[in-house]
Design a protein around this ligand. Structure first.
Ligand code: M6R
Length: 608
C-alpha cells in the first residue's frame, strides 16, 4: 500500500528518497513521486508506473536540494496516472503533501475550497489537504498543518514541505503508520522502517494524533493542541541483509527457504521441555488471569486468518476452551459477544492492517483483553495490544506471506502449550508436542531440499485455469492457504475447501482439466480423505497429493505425490504448507508473473 519517505539534513535528498522508495516497492504501488526544496521553491517530479521510470525522469532533469518528501501511491481515489501521483501541490505551489490513508470528508472540503477559488487538478482526496494547508498558512507550516487537520475526517499519515517556511518537514499521523528516523544531523520520516534502515536504526514511532516537526537541527513531537510530547527512541534489530534478496531470484523464494530458521526463531528460548509448556514473557498475564477467560476470539485477515483457524483447532483440542475465529473486517461491524471474560487474539504479520487494528480496538472497547501475534516489531498492533507474542520471523518483503504463516502457527502452538497445561493438558502430552516442534526446522529443510520435485509438478500444471485445494481437520486451513497463495501470485482461480464439502457443490467442477491438490497426510482423518480422492478420480480429476507415508489406500489414484516427513496432526500444517508455497511460487514464475509485487495487491493493507 502507499509508502512515504522524507529527508532533511546536509545531503542531497533525491538519491536518498529514491533509495527509500525502492525499499518500499514491496508494499505495492502504481505510481511514485518526489517533492524537493530546490532553493527557489518546491519542485515535484512524479510518474505513473514503476520507480525506475521516475528515476529516469530525475536522471534527465535532476532536482537538487537537501529537504524532500517522496511517495509510492496505491490508487484509491482516481486512476493510477501521473496527475494523481503524489506529492500534491497547493494552488500557489508553495505546499507539497504526500499522504497515506483516506480523507473521508474530501468532497465537502473540496466544495468549500472551490468556493474560495481553488482549482483542483487531480481526482485525489490528498489534493484537498494541500489546498487546505495553503488556505490555513500564515507563515508557520506546523500551525497551518495543525489547523488543516482539525477540519479533516478520515485517516492519514502525511508529510508536508513548504517553500515559504523552508527546510523542515511536518508529519502527522492518524490511522496510518509513520516513524521518524534519527541520524547524525539528519532526520527521516517513513511509513515503514525498511525505507530508512540503510541510514539509521534509531526510530521514534508516531502515535495517532501526533505531529512531528523535523529539521536538520532536530525534531519535536506535539499533539493536536500543540503541546510537546516526550517520545521514546526505539532501536531496530533488523539489518540490511534481511531486507535484501541475498542471491534468491525473489523475496518470496528467499522467505520460503528461510523457514527452517524462522520457525526456530519463533520457538527460541520459549520451550520448557521438562514441564511440557512454554514461557511467553510478553503476554503480560498471570496464570490466574489466563485461567479467568471463558472464551477466546481470534481475529485477523488473509493468511493470518488461516493461521487463526489452525490456532482454533489447537486451542479447542488441547486447552478445551471455546474459540471463535473472525475476519477482522466483519468482526468490527457486527455485535459480537465479547466482554472482559474474553481473550481476543489478534494476528497480523505487519501489525498495521487497518481492519485488524480496528477489530482489536473494538474488542478492547468491549472490555476484552487483547494479545497480538505480530511480526513487525513496534507496529501499531504490537504497541496497542495488552500483551503479545512476537513471531520473530524477520522482515517479510514478498507480498505473499509465507514465513510469517508458519511462524504464526508456531506462536499459536506456544500459546496453546501454555494455556493447555494450565487447563489440564498432561505434562507428557506437552513434552510430546515439544519434541515434535524441535524437529520442525530439520523437517522443513528436507522439504526444501526437494524443491525441484515441486518445480516439476508446476511445469505440468502451469497452464491450468482453475485449481481446487482440499484438506480436512488441521489441514483444511492449509488448503485455504495453498489456494490463496496460488491465486494471489499466479492469477489462477483457486479455491480451498474442507474435502468433504466438495460433494456439496464444487464436485460439479471436476473434469480432466481440473487439478485437485489434496493434503492427504497420515492423520486422524486420513481414511476420510481417501474417499474424497476416489470421488475426484472417478470424475477424471487430476490429483496432486501432499502425503506423509506410502499409503496402499492411495495406490493408483495420484497423478503426482509429494511426501513430507511424518509429524503429529497439529504440526502437520507447518510442514504441508511449504510444498504448497513452492507450488504457487514456481507456477507463478513459469507464467511470467511478478511474484514479489502481484498486481493490485499491497503488502500491508492500511485502508479499510
Ligand atoms: O499483515 P497482516 O498479516 O495483517 O496481513 C493480512 C493479509 O493482508 C495478508 O495475509 C494477505 O492475505 C497476504 N497477501 C497473503 O499472502
Amino acid at each position: 500500500m502507499c509508502g512515504i519517505v522524507g529527508y532533511v539534513g546536509p545531503k542531497i535528498a533525491t538519491p536518498l528518497l529514491l533509495e527509500g522508495l525502492k525499499r518500499l516497492e514491496y508494499r505495492g504501488y502504481d505510481s511514485a513521486g518526489v517533492a524537493i526544496m530546490n532553493g527557489a521553491g518546491v519542485e515535484t517530479v512524479k510518474e505513473a508506473g514503476k520507480i525506475a521510470k521516475l528515476e529516469l525522469l530525475l536522471d534527465a532533469t535532476p532536482v537538487t536540494g537537501t529537504t524532500g518528501i517522496a511517495h509510492t501511491r496505491w490508487a484509491t481515489h482516481g486512476p493510477p496516472n501521473q496527475v494523481n501521483a503524489h506529492p500534491h501541490m497547493s494552488q500557489d505551489g508553495s505546499v507539497a503533501v504526500v499522504h497515506n490513508g483516506i480523507i473521508e470528508n474530501a468532497t465537502v472540503l473540496k466544495q468549500m475550497l472551490q468556493g474560495r477559488g481553488y482549482v483542483f487538478r487531480s481526482d485525489t482526496d490528498t489534493e484537498v489537504l494541500a489546498h487546505l494547508i495553503e488556505e490555513c498558512f500564515d507563515g508557520n507550516l506546523e500551525d497551518a498543518v495543525l489547523e488543516a487537520l482539525l477540519q479533516v475526517e478520515g485517516t492519514y499519515g502525511i508529510a508536508v514541505i513548504s517553500s515559504v517556511d523552508t527546510h523542515k518537514i511536518v508529519a502527522a499521523r492518524k490511522g496510518s503508520p509513520l516513524l521518524l528516523g534519527l541520524g547524525e544531523n539528519e532526520y527521516f520520516i517513513a511509513s515503514d522502517v525498511s525505507a530508512i534502515l540503510a541510514h539509521t536504526r534509531q526510530v521514534v514511532y508516531l502515535e495517532d494524533g501526533e505531529m512531528a516537526v523535523l529539521d536538520a537541527g532536530g525534531y519535536r513531537v506535539i499533539d493536536m493542541d500543540a503541546v510537546e510530547i516526550t517520545k521514546n527512541v526505539a532501536h531496530i534489530d533488523w539489518d540490511l541483509a534481511q531486507i535484501e534478496r541475498g542471491g534468491f531470484s525473489h523475496f518470496m523464494l528467499k522467505e520460503i527457504f528461510e523457514q527452517p530458521q524462522t520457525v526456530e526463531q519463533t520457538m527460541r528460548g520459549r520451550l520448557l521441555d521438562d514441564e511440557g509448556t512454554s514461557k511467553l514473557g510478553g503476554l503480560n498475564l498471570s496464570d490466574e488471569e489466563l485461567l479467568s477467560f471463558t472464551n477466546i476470539v481470534i481475529t485477523a485477515c488473509g493468511t493470518s486468518w488461516h493461521s487463526a483457524l489452525i490456532g482454533e483447532h489447537m486451542l479447542e483440542e488441547l486447552a478445551r476452551i471455546p474459540v471463535e475465529v473472525e475476519y477482522a473486517s466483519e468482526f468490527r461491524y457486527r455485535n459480537p459477544v465479547v466482554d472482559e471474560k474474553t481473550l481476543c487474539i489478534v494476528i497480523s504479520q505487519s501489525g498495521e492492517t487497518a481492519d485488524t487494528l480496528a477489530a482489536m480496538r473494538e474488542a478492547k472497547r468491549r472490555g476484552a483483553r487483547t494479545l497480538g501475534i505480530v511480526n513487525s516489531v513496534g507496529s501499531t498492533i504490537a504497541r496497542e495490544s495488552d500483551g503479545g507474542i512476537y513471531i520473530h520471523a524477520g522482515p517479510e518483503i514478498g507480498v505473499a506471506s509465507t514465513k510469517a504463516f508458519t511462524s504464526q502457527v508456531v506462536a499459536l502452538l506456544l500459546f496453546t502449550l501454555k494455556l493447555g497445561r494450565l487447563r489440564g493438558m498432561s505434562q507428557e502430552r506437552g513434552q510430546e508436542i515439544i519434541a515434535g516442534m524441535r524437529a520442525l526446522p530439520q523437517h522443513i529443510q528436507t522439504i526444501l531440499d526437494r524443491a525441484q520435485e515441486i518445480e516439476d509438478i508446476a511445469e505440468e500444471y502451469k497452464r491450468a485455469s482453475n485449481f481446487l485445494y482440499l484438506g480436512r481437520g488441521y489441514n483444511f486451513p492449509v488448503a485455504l492457504e495453498g489456494a490463496l497463495k496460488l491465486k494471489e501470485i499466479s492469477y489462477i482461480h483457486a479455491e480451498g475447501y474442507p474435502a468433504a464439502e466438495m460433494k456439496h457443490g464444487p464436485i460439479a467442477l471436476i473434469d480432466e482439466m481440473m487439478p485437485v491438490v489434496f493434503i492427504a497426510t497420515h492423520d486422524a482423518v486420513f481414511e476420510k480423505i481417501t474417499s474424497n480422492v476416489h470421488e475426484v478420480k472417478a470424475r477424471k480429476g487430476r490429483v496432486i497429493a501432499v502425503t506423509s507415508r506410502d499409503e496402499d489406500a492411495l495406490e493408483g489414484l495420484l497423478d503426482y505425490e509429494f511426501r513430507v516427513p511424518e509429524t503429529s496432526d497439529l504440526l502437520m500444517p507447518i510442514l504441508a504448507s511449504v510444498p504448497l508455497q513452492l507450488l504457487a511460487y514456481y507456477i507463478a514464475v513459469k507464467r511470467g508473473a511478478n511474484v514479489d509485487q502481484p498486481r493490485n495487491l499491497a503488502k500491508s493493507v492500511t485502508v479499510e
